[in-house]
Design a protein around this ligand. Structure first.
Ligand code: SF4
Ligand code: SF4
Length: 177
């Protein structure tokens, strides 16, 4: 599968608790699997440069750039803090602070893991994850998978899923075109 179109790009990130593992640790980090919690496998396709603050947006932009540009990228699928959380103001060190309050974030991870037939902790190529996502997730599925997410009403995530299906040669219902 060819490189996917990049919907948005920016620069880098920093901070202590918010370690920003992608940009700060350089090439060594590039050799390890990219750690992504499951629901972020959906967020990546709808990312349009919005986020919690500048550091978050810069880090997320770099992750999205790598994801779209490296079909063979190894990704470890998690249900807890990941490379995106590493630059998020809600990173509580060992858990997402929003998870402490709302209890919906790991539930989203669980639903995505089940929907895509993944194993928490498993390592997959980006291409495999894109294939599974395009085949299994319709834009309207986000109403269930992403229940409780503040970004869902924006609509960009559903647009992203529709664009993914189009870019991977699938009809809107997920069948092969
Ligand atoms: S609605 Fe929220 S969890 Fe779902 S893809 Fe968008 S940002 Fe991610
Ligand atoms: S809100 Fe929580 S799950 Fe989302 S990126 Fe921030 S720390 Fe991670």
């Amino acid at each position: 599968m060819k490189a996917l179109p990049i919907p948005h790009q920016k620069g880098e990130e920093v901070n202590s608790r918010r370690s920003g593992e992608l940009s700060r640790k350089g090439d060594a980090a590039m050799d390890r699997p990219l750690r992504l919690r499951a629901h972020h496998l959906l967020c990546i396709h709808g990312f349009r440069g919005m986020g919690y603050d500048d550091e978050f947006v810069v880090n997320m932009s770099e992750i999205v750039r790598r994801f779209h540009g490296e079909p063979e990228l190894q990704i470890q699928v998690l249900n807890n803090l990941d490379a995106v959380c590493s630059a998020c103001p809600s990173n509580g060190g060992d858990v997402c602070e929003r998870e402490r309050r709302d209890r919906h974030i790991q539930a989203m991870d669980g639903r995505v893991i089940e929907k895509l037939g993944l194993t928490a902790g498993g390592i997959y190529t980006r291409d495999e994850l894109v294939r599974r996502t395009a085949a299994a997730v319709a834009p309207e599925d986000l109403d269930v998978l992403c229940q409780g997410c503040r970004w869902l009403p924006c609509g960009v995530c559903k647009e992203g899923m529709a664009a993914l299906r189009a870019a991977t040669g699938r009809n809107p219902d997920g069948s092969r075109s």
